[in-house]
Design a protein around this ligand. Structure first.
Ligand SMILES: [Zn+2]
Ligand SMILES: [Zn+2]
Length: 412
């Protein structure tokens, strides 16, 4: 009986390789072939399985002995169950090397289709239903995904034994070189459909393109980055669980309101007189209602004050008839000097007098006292000044001084 060496070939090791060599070879190949690392490659799962199958046997002393003596048949007769390729991988590398949370025994799963969904703040406040057309592959209904006219399941490709890959081993003196290539006969699919038996509807591709209208419901209170999922509506393929079609909410900026959790924030400017004596103003809400806002009686508003209007914020998602707050940030507009210059004395009389200052410090004239005048402050003027100084100091050692010009370039 000729010794079977196929499993050794899959791992690219010699039939007399040590356990260490086998383990090392598997680790290296499994990382490269892992389906999560080759998302576009539809044959990756098959190749990964083939590798796992080989390592499952050769990495186990009992199974390897049986295989060496009687081949694959011996294993089957020995009653050994073939373990799942992902389990084998996980045993060696631990969980979490790849995002490997799928049910180990389940069928392989297609990729999700993730799309941005641009909405306005009005949409998120009021809710919105829209219809979106998607185009995806579905199993051909004429051949039920077989790809054949006769209805038979396609033949397993003989040249690669249905694996989609071909392993070639070359002997170079005492070395063995193993190469894995796509099977050219089945183009890596592992199956062959004869030209005359190809399903006319899908031309043997097993899938056809299909258009579907999805009803997309944005519910009141949904948030930025929230996902709306249509389970299993992505591309279909034989022996594969289709992925989901997912829409991710992206909120456009609003020119009046900013969202902060369930609250809405708006800026409002009032005059100094309003700040001191009370005011009212109106705004249009996101559902086009006109809202009239009145200040609380006997309350002075200072620049930067924030006031809240209960229940005027965003609807709270999943909790009907509950809303966040509307926060109003106040800016107080002060009059210009020439608007009040003729009434300075009256203003002095009717507003509270300033707190008493220490008169001993206010005597100008002795040598320990100096009188200065305030100027308006321009932060940019100060930066220009510092830059000028830096240049004058030394313009050749930019690096030591942090290089003002370079910093400016980096900011642009
Ligand atoms: Zn078909
Ligand atoms: Zn093939």
């Amino acid at each position: 009986m000729v010794k079977e060496t196929e499993f050794y070939e899959r791992l690219g090791v010699a039939p007399d390789a040590t356990n260490e060599e086998i383990k090392k070879a598997y680790r290296k190949m499994a990382l490269n072939l892992h389906p999560d690392r080759n998302p576009g490659d539809k044959t990756a799962e098959e190749k990964f399985k083939a590798l796992g199958e080989a390592y499952d046997v050769l990495g186990d002393e009992k199974k390897r002995k049986l295989y060496d003596r009687y081949g694959k048949k011996g294993l089957e007769e020995g009653g050994f169950e073939q373990r799942n390729a992902r389990d084998i991988f996980r045993d060696l590398f631990g969980a979490g090397v790849f995002d490997d949370d799928e049910d180990a025994s389940g069928p392989r799963r297609g990729d999700d289709s993730v799309n941005p969904l641009n909405v306005t703040l009005e949409d998120l406040y009021n809710g919105k239903t829209s219809h979106i057309a998607i185009t995806r592959n579905i199993l051909c209904s004429k051949c039920h995904g077989n790809g054949t006219k006769s209805g038979k399941t396609p033949q397993k490709c003989k040249s690669c034994n249905g694996r989609g890959i071909r392993v070639t081993t070359r002997k170079m003196g005492i070395f063995q070189q193993t190469e894995q290539t796509y099977c050219p006969d089945c183009h890596g699919r592992g199956e062959i459909i004869e030209e005359k038996d190809k399903c006319p509807a899908c031309n043997g591709k097993q899938v056809v393109s299909d258009r579907k209208i999805l009803e997309l419901v944005v519910e009141p209170g949904m948030k930025d980055n929230q996902r709306i999922t249509f389970a299993g509506e992505s591309d279909q393929a034989p022996n594969m669980e289709p992925g989901d079609v997912i829409f991710v909410i992206r909120t456009k900026e609003h020119n009046r309101f900013k969202r902060s959790g369930n609250d809405l924030v708006m800026m409002h400017s009032i005059t100094l007189v309003e700040a001191l004596t009370g005011f009212q103003f109106s705004f249009q809400h996101l559902d086009k209602r006109n809202i009239i806002v009145k200040s609380a009686p006997q309350q002075v508003v200072k620049p930067g004050d924030v006031m809240a209007i209960p229940d005027m914020g965003m609807p709270i998602y999943g909790r009907p008839f509950t809303w966040g707050r509307m926060l109003v940030k106040f800016d107080v507009i002060f009059p210009l000097y020439n608007e009040v210059s003729s009434k300075i004395d009256e203003i002095r009389k009717c507003l509270p007098a300033p707190a008493k200052t220490d008169d001993t410090l206010m005597t100008d004239g002795d040598s320990k006292t100096e009188t200065v005048t305030l100027e308006s402050y321009d932060p940019n003027a100060d930066r220009q000044q510092r830059q000028r100084e830096a240049y004058e100091e030394d313009d050749s050692d930019d690096e030591r001084h942090g290089g003002p010009q370079r910093v400016q370039c980096a900011q642009q």
